[in-house]
Design a protein around this ligand. Structure first.
Ligand code: NAD
Ligand code: TYD
Length: 340
């Protein structure tokens, strides 16, 4: 077994957390480090099953803190970095863009500098299809890796900026890197502010589901497990400097997604409440995954139908996890557990 040191940033969040779980199972010889600030979106409850493993270390810290990051990299001499840490919610970026620039742009630059300093073997920057802007409702157009960057929200603008920095470190300094751009993720442990977990948790409590505008905006849904297998391939086999789009052709309108959840849980569509549209609400996202499928052999295992059924079931069975988060008890738990 090859022993590698891998740093996951944002590993207390939704996708980073699922990726750590995936690594623990697939690469038992890897030493896994999780650097996370534990913002409102970070929670360590998802790591309870392996938090005492010898090969897993959690460090609470801010990726913008240059001194902390540089010292950490010098000490641990990581082989790989998979960078998930970010402010990730479009609605919050509309309310307060500044923290998005701070974490997503400045934080990424600090990590790039640290990665150069220790000469890592691969830096995988986890980005989003939202950097490409929006597509028309015309279903035959897709985002490819060549699509121009045209972000519309402060969130996607900050992610596009970080993508440009990562690319510049490759071009200027030869940093071994890949950028991945995936479509909307869903699955276990997603913070209940995003459409799918928000809908499931509110339907389960018989609370109204807010749908922006007319509900006809389209998203291309990717189960988080399929995202993890794609990142694994990019990390180990991705060609340096390349960008890989990740998505599985699972396009649905927001209304269809909400209706599916309501139907599966046996509730009434009267729970739907149409609310004022999001500012600059992107019409449609849809990924062309041909490049990662052909060059790395990636294949998703979930269809939207199987993935959403599994996800709904997970939220039903794990209501204490999201209920604690919603009620804010998790913060109290953390302070008691970790800060005495
Ligand atoms: P998330 O919001 O669930 O988790 C983000 C994590 O980053 C949290 O644990 C948070 O505490 C941590 N964090 C925030 N600021 C930090 C800082 N300054 N220093 C250290 N840690 C910090 O996000 P997610 O949904 O898991 O997304 C992970 C990555 O994937 C992000 O980069 C996001 O842009 C990208 N992405 C997400 C989706 C999606 O559908 N969720 C889709 C495409 C791309
Ligand atoms: P979201 O989960 O926030 O992801 P993103 O904005 O990154 O695509 O939203 C997914 C879609 O659902 C998006 O078109 C906005 C819509 N939406 C609602 O209609 N109501 C809501 O309460 C939320 C959170 C999202």
């Amino acid at each position: 077994m090859v022993k590698k040191k891998i740093l996951i940033t944002g590993g207390a969040g939704f996708i980073g957390g699922n990726f750590i779980q995936y690594l623990i199972c697939k690469y038992p010889a890897y030493e896994i480090y999780n650097l996370d600030l534990l913002t409102y979106a970070g929670d360590l409850g998802k790591h309870r099953a392996f938090e005492t493993n010898d090969n897993y270390t959690f460090v609470k810290g801010d990726i913008v803190n240059r001194e902390l990051v540089m010292t950490f990299f010098k000490k641990e001499q990581f082989d790989y970095v998979v960078h998930f840490a970010a402010e990730s919610h479009v609605d919050r970026s509309i309310t307060d863009p500044s923290v998005f620039v701070r974490t997503n742009v400045l934080g990424t630059q600090v990590l790039l500098e640290a990665a150069m300093q220790v000469g890592i073997s691969k830096f995988v920057h986890v980005s989003t299809d939202e950097v490409y802007g929006e597509l028309d409702f015309e279903l035959s157009t897709f985002f490819t890796e060549e699509t121009s960057l045209l972000p519309n929200s402060p969130y996607s603008a900050s992610k596009a900026s970080s993508d440009c920095l990562v690319r510049a470190y490759y071009k200027t300094y030869g940093l071994p890197m890949n950028i991945t751009r995936c479509s909307n993720n869903y699955g276990p442990y997603q913070f209940p502010e995003k459409l799918i977990p928000l809908t499931i948790s509110r339907v389960l409590k018989d609370e109204k589901i807010p749908i922006y505008g007319d509900g006809q905006n389209i998203r291309d849904w990717l189960h988080v497990f399929d995202h993890c297998t794609a990142i694994d391939l990019v990390l180990h086999e991705g060609v340096n400097g390349e960008i890989y789009n990740i998505g599985g052709h699972n396009e649905h309108t927001n209304l269809e997604v909400v209706q599916t959840i309501i139907k599966t849980l046996g509730k009434s569509e009267k729970l739907i409440k149409y609310v004022t549209d999001r500012l600059a609400h992107d019409k449609r996202y849809a990924i062309d995954p041909t490049k990662i499928e052909r060059s790395l052999g990636w294949k998703p295992i979930y269809t939207f139908e199987t993935g959403i059924a599994q996800t709904i079931q997970w939220y039903v069975e794990n209501n204490t996890w999201w209920d604690q988060i919603i009620s804010g008890q998790y913060q109290q738990y953390f302070e008691k557990q970790y800060l005495g």
